[in-house]
Design a protein around this ligand. Structure first.
Ligand SMILES: [Zn+2]
Length: 81
């Protein structure tokens, strides 16, 4: 799994929806790759604050499009790997 792959699965991972057959590879890469680890921490924070803001409004929440767009803009150049 490359940094680009990982960045594509970050939302699923934070939402707990990453496919089981990919979870191992994903986890290994994130543990070994500092930039992906930092990026995931950033996602977790962003999602957590979104959840807090929307708490009580919906049981299952969709990530607001604005948040996704914001996060995509902060993605590092993920060319290595
Ligand atoms: Zn990486």
């Amino acid at each position: 799994m490359t940094c680009r792959d990982v960045s594509g699965f970050l939302l699923e991972d934070v939402a707990g929806e990453i496919p089981a057959h990919l979870a191992g590879d994903f986890q290994r890469h994130v543990e070994a790759c500092q930039s992906c680890r930092a990026l995931r921490a950033q996602y977790e924070q962003t999602i957590a604050s979104s959840r807090a803001a929307f708490a009580g409004e919906a049981e299952t929440m969709e990530v607001p499009e604005d948040v996704v767009r914001l996060m995509m803009q902060t993605l590092p150049e993920a060319r290595k790997g």
